[in-house]
Each structure stands twice: as C-alpha cells, then as structure tokens.
Design a protein around this ligand. Sequence first.
Ligand SMILES: Cc1cc2nc3c(=O)[nH]c(=O)nc-3n(C[C@H](O)[C@H](O)[C@H](O)COP(=O)(O)OP(=O)(O)OC[C@H]3O[C@@H](n4cnc5c(N)ncnc54)[C@H](O)[C@@H]3O)c2cc1C
Ligand code: FES
Length: 337
Amino acid sequence: MSYNIALQFEDGVSRIIPCEGHELVSDAAFRAKINIPLDCRDGACGACKCHCESGDYELSEYIEDAMTEDEAAQGFVLTCRMRPKSDCVLKVPTNSAACKIEATSHEGVLSSIDRGSPTTVTFSLNIDRPLAFLPGQYVNLQVPRHKELRAYSFSSAPNQTTLSFLIRDVPGGLMSGFMRDKAEPGDKMSFVGPYGSFYLRKPERPVLMLAGGTGLAPFLSMLRWLKDNPTNQRILLAYGVNANDDLVELDTLEELKAALPNFRYFTVVVDSTSGHKRTGYVTNHLGVEDLNGGDVDIYVCGPPPMVEGVRRWTAGLGVTPRSFHFEKFSATHEAAK
Ligand SMILES: Cc1cc2nc3c(=O)[nH]c(=O)nc-3n(C[C@H](O)[C@H](O)[C@H](O)COP(=O)(O)OP(=O)(O)OC[C@H]3O[C@@H](n4cnc5c(N)ncnc54)[C@H](O)[C@@H]3O)c2cc1C
Ligand code: FES
C-alpha cells in the first residue's frame, strides 16, 4: 500500500511524496530526488531525525545515540528507519534549498469567477493533474502580465484538478484589482507552491478555528478535507468580518455543517450598526468553555491584528492552548520581510 508523506521544510516549502508501506521514508525521498539529511542510513548517527506531526509509522532498530527514548516519545523519527502505516506529515529541520528542492511552478486556467460580493472575489483555476497539498496551505499566484506574486490560500480540498480561492478586494490592489476588473474565464494564471505550515493536524482534541474576512479560505479547505477524513472531535469555527457585505460562502458553510456532524460555526460582524445578531470581535462571542481547559487546538487566520487579539484573549483567560497555529494575511511584500 502506498502512503503520502508530506515533507515540510523550515522555509515553508513542502513536498508530498509517495512511500510504500514496506519502504523506508529516506529511500522514498531519494527516489523523489529530494536530498533530505542523511549520513549513516543505519540508525546510528541521528542525521536524518525529523519530527512526525501526524500519522502512524513503525521504526526499525536504532541506537540511543541517534535518538533518545524521550525524543521518540515526542514524535521524533529517523527517516532511515521509518516505514509509514498511514499518510504522514514530517517536519524536516532544514530549508528546502539544502535538500535541492525548488518550489514547483504550475499553470492553471481560470474556470470561474464570482464578483457577487462587493468586497470579495471568489475564483477557480483548472489544472491538468490533481495537486497535492496540506489543507490550509497557500500558493504564490503571479499577477497576470506582471512579474509580481501574491500569496493566496486554497479554499478547495487537496488532490483535485479545480483549485478555488477567496480574495478580498483591497483598494488599489494589483491582484485584487485585476480579479475585480479584468480577469475572464479562460485566462491563464501561473503559481508556485504549495507553501506554509498553517495546515490542519490530525484532530486529537477539540479544534477551535477563528477566521477573519477572507481568512475563511484555508478553513474551507480544511473542512472540505474533513468530509473525506472524518473526525469524532468537536470543530467550532468563529467567522468574523468587518461588515455584512464581507460575509461570503455561507451556503458552503451550511453544506459543511450538514455533512460534518461534529462541526458548528457562527458569524460575527464588527460593525455595531450592521443589524447582525452578533457584533464586535469573534472573541467577544467565545467563552472559556470553548478553550476546554487548554486541551484544544487553535487555528487563527486573518489580518495580523486579529491573530494578536486571539493570543491576548487566551492569555487574558489564563489558558494556554495545547497548540496555536496561525496565518497572518499580511500584504505579501510585508510577509516576505
Ligand atoms: C500566507 C498568506 C496567505 C494569504 N492568503 C490570502 C487569501 O487567501 N485571500 C486574501 O484575500 N488575501 C490573502 N493574503 C493577502 C494577499 O497575499 C495580498 O496581500 C492581498 O490580496 C493584496 O494584494 P493586492 O495585489 O490586491 O494588493 P497590493 O497591490 O499588494 O497592495 C495594495 C495596497 O493595499 C495594502 N495591502 C495589501 N494587502 C493587504 C492586506 N492583506 N491588508 C491590508 N492592506 C493590504 C498594501 O500595503 C498596499 O498599500 C495572504 C497573505 C499571506 C502572507
Ligand atoms: S542517517 Fe544516520 S540515523 Fe538515519
């Protein structure tokens, strides 16, 4: 049986490679022409140590000098001793260039574009082959007829030939202006990726998702992925926007709620004159009980102040969540600094 092993590098680049259940992960990486760190190939030196973020595996014999019992208990693995028993996500403690990986370029054709919302454009790209990525990751899309790239999170699930995105219409924005005024179905668009360490880990406790504006996109990808990979854990999404017009994809959220028995969501609008039944920030409508005594995985995506606001909120309640993952939708040129 073949499994997907996602290799996640320190610089945010990721690559998903196939690995047979009887095969060593280091051999599968070699076959995929990825030079992950290796030395003895015999479980003796520890050079190939990575952290397994999710997935099941078995390790054949190695010595304590290569990896301690504590490290093994924390989920570290030696890839030269590791055989997968499910899909796995591995954090490789080096950057992709050191492993001779170049980010992969792709080309897609704009298949649909929806400008129904005054503030958000949703669009889809068709590609030739299904694209593997982790639900929550993003790509750098090239602005057509320009050299510049902008980061956008997938809102579609992995491994499909149609990729979807949500873009906030930023006044004066190069990419958002193009999508609002000029883009037409049939246009070709290039992109590079996937990238990012903001992806859904296997849910092992309740999951709290907080989305700000188009920060909803990666959560749609995660929730769509969960339809095919169900969990018994509770998933709560708090989706906040500035004004009523910014609320998008509500039909999709309803469909996801119907398909995922443990999933619920609510929406909040900052504008106090909006008439929406919940106004203010999303954290005003969450309670300490939603933090489950700290035994919760928190995922936050949206504008940078929102991410900081959520951190202050948990700290103010005196709760340290088991894990806190975030993606800041900063201007792409600022994110690159
Ligand atoms: C990892 C990552 C993932 C992202 N995913 C998404 C996504 O899924 N959907 C989405 O809508 N955006 C996303 N963004 C933001 C996106 O990459 C662009 O920055 C944004 O769309 C603006 O691009 P633009 O070309 O339209 O504007 P630009 O021409 O880059 O900027 C025009 C003006 O707006 C300001 N500006 C740019 N971006 C922002 C911003 N985010 N907030 C406030 N002011 C801004 C600029 O400083 C400039 O003054 C993501 C950013 C990162 C870093
Ligand atoms: S390469 Fe030496 S322990 Fe794996």
